[in-house]
Design a protein around this ligand. Structure first.
Ligand code: UGC
Ligand code: NI
Length: 177
């Protein structure tokens, strides 16, 4: 994973990498029409891309729910100041409007997120964050966009947030990665 660029005493600038199944594997699954997962159904009329990810919901009164998140576009350069995670369940985001967006995740380092890792997702790429994986809230790019979100509802506090001491910057130029 590439170390951020230091800019003359200013905040670190993060690299942006293309979203791939392999690179994202430590954090969860990429939800896209992967030919390896395809099986024909409905008499050959329909391609089923089977079990691309698994939703997880634990704890009291836990259930899996299906939502739409309508995200407003983020402004760049963007300062990553915090990360969050959901201790009781997974959370998936799949773009509905076929626009690229950003996925930001981090390893867990003793109960706090490490360096943010930024991926540029295509308009037909979704992700499923496994339960308790550090990620940044929805990062919509360019225009207000809808995402189909499958995550956990139930009792208890399913949102843990962490705020970094210093921000990490994402520059617009990186989005043409
Ligand atoms: N809080 C909430 O429902 N949204 C976040 O979890 C997010 O990842 O966008
Ligand atoms: Ni979340």
């Amino acid at each position: 994973m590439p170390e951020p660029r230091q800019t003359g005493g200013g905040p670190a600038v993060l690299w942006v990498r293309p979203l791939t199944t392999a690179a994202f594997a430590p954090f969860g699954s990429v939800i896209e029409a992967d030919p390896a997962a395809m099986r024909l159904i409905n008499g050959g009329n329909t391609e089923r891309y089977h079990a691309l990810a698994e939703a997880e919901a634990t704890g009291l009164e836990a259930r899996v729910v299906i939502n739409i998140f309508r995200g407003s576009p983020r402004a760049f350069p963007y300062a990553v100041t915090m990360m969050e995670r959901h201790p009781f369940g997974s959370q998936s985001f799949s773009p509905i409007d076929d626009r690229p967006w950003l996925v930001i995740v981090a390893d867990d380092e003793g109960g706090r997120p490490g360096l943010p890792q930024v991926f540029l997702a295509g308009g037909r790429q979704g992700v499923n964050y496994r339960r308790n994986v550090w990620h940044h809230p929805l990062m919509t790019v360019g225009a207000t966009s809808d995402f189909l979100v499958v995550d956990r509802s139930g009792a208890g506090n399913n949102l843990e947030e962490f705020f970094y001491d210093e921000p990490f910057i994402i520059e617009q130029a990186e989005l043409r990665a």
